[in-house]
Write a protein that binds this ligand. Sequence first.
Ligand SMILES: [Zn+2]
Length: 445
Amino acid sequence: MTEGTYWLEHAWLGDYVEPGVTVEVADGRITAVRTGTDAPPPGAEILRGLTLPGLANAHSHAFHRALRGTVQVGSGTFWTWREVMYSVADRLTPETYHALARAVYAEMALAGITCVGEFHYLHHDRGGTRYADPNAMGEALIEAAAEAGIRITLLDTAYLSSGFGEPPTAHQLRFSDGSAEAWAERCSVLKERDHARIGAAIHSVRAVPAEGLATVARWVEERRAPLHVHLSEQTAENDACLAAHGVTPTRLLADHGVLGPRTTGVHNTHLTEEDIRLLGGSGTGTCMCPTTERDLADGIGPAVALQRAGSPLSLGSDSHAVIDLLEEARAMELDERLRTRTRGHWTAAALLRAATEDGHAALGWPEAGAIEPGRAADLTTLALDSVRTAGPPPRLGAETAVFAASAADVRHTVVGGRHVVRDGAHALVPDVPRALADAIAALSG
Ligand SMILES: [Zn+2]
């Protein structure tokens, strides 16, 4: 249903947990929130457990899901991991990518994710040959999200060079439009839909020459669209940028008009004090991807300092080593505890805000991410009676959710008033593990 009544046994209303909340929905939006309703009204859909606003996964590369497990054999660095990632990218077609992304987005729905930011750079056929529809790959992702029942912001990514002054490698020909103007022309054709919005991304300062940065910034400015950029994930990127331009990647972006409240830097790991001031002072967001950053041995970014400087935080599962936004939220705090040997850098409420309201804002869905009248009817319900969550009183539901629950505790996912996951089962993709296994097997075949 996209209209009707939900009764939430417990609801997280931004600062506190409220028992017995009735939510009215019409046309995919919340029209009323009534507290103090001890019993479900007649005919209401009952969501037992703790209901949060839907979770936003602000940084995804869907095809990296095919690497799970296989990249955990042996040693290496980010750069050796990237070679394996490229070999998977080489094998994808619009058909196989659609099947894989549909399964990955269904996994996200099962994890309570109601909106994904897909940082999409695999645009063309092998060798860079254009498909008949030059957006065939992006369209496959938008369709996959529709079939999995979640919202998507397609962050169509400009990726033009392999390094400063270096042409794309053979692998990277599939990513490149040849010029920033050709990138802009191709993505201007993409159409928004009820479940899909179009944003842009700069893969990194390595992959877009400085003269192309302003072209991308202008494109998003005209559309008031979100713009994401991988930023200082690796020290090698900083070193190469300093050698080529004499400035840090953050300063380079600032000098070309890329920073601002609609922009999100992804990772923001290795920053100077000045970088932090530039990002915070311009209101540029920070998307932390802690499970990927630890998986790839990137380092721990200065999220506390960034937020204090004025950079809103969001969270992403990025390479999908795991897909669990609660784990991302928990990991951001726990990484900081290990580094500083003190506790309590963020409250559970602040971490949930990154996973919900601020994540949606970073993806260009400011109407989603809170259980309030006028907001999108996107809800995620966690069991409070599982082996992980039983025991604490419901008023500590936010603390339990962030510090003990996992994606396996998600019982219901509602997107735009539509019940996409019910009692832990996906309503649209009947066997998600099978869909994942089949889609990944097709790539190794
Ligand atoms: Zn990424």
